[in-house]
Design a protein around this ligand. Sequence first.
Ligand code: 5GP
Ligand code: ZN
Length: 113
Amino acid sequence: MAEDCLFCKILKGEIPSTEVYSDENYYAFRDINPGAPTHVLVIPRRHIARVSDASGGDAEVLGGLMLVGNAVAKLDGLTDYRLVVNCGPQAGQSVFHVHLHVLGGRDLAWPPG
Ligand code: 5GP
Ligand code: ZN
């Protein structure tokens, strides 16, 4: 847990969120500013600031993140969806606790902006 991390505060229940999925290693909740009918954020309970900080020891936690993304999409009845990780401000990362965006429920343009 990192003291000043918004998503660690969500994990601790200090900031409310709408839960979609939870287990001992991950938590998934609806994005406060959804960009699509389904816009869920999946976070590892372990604080990693950005995906570029990950190393070999994080392989399992990062692999599992994708699997939880699949599970969340299924819970929302999606077969087609996008899983996104932004790394760094220029790529659009605004919260520095690794999170997987699960987006779907409408046609999604490519490439993103
Ligand atoms: P990023 O831009 O870092 O890839 O994604 C951060 C996401 O967190 C954004 O889509 C933003 O809307 C979402 N977000 C920021 N603050 C909160 C919050 O307090 N609650 C929830 N549920 N989502 C948040
Ligand atoms: Zn954190």
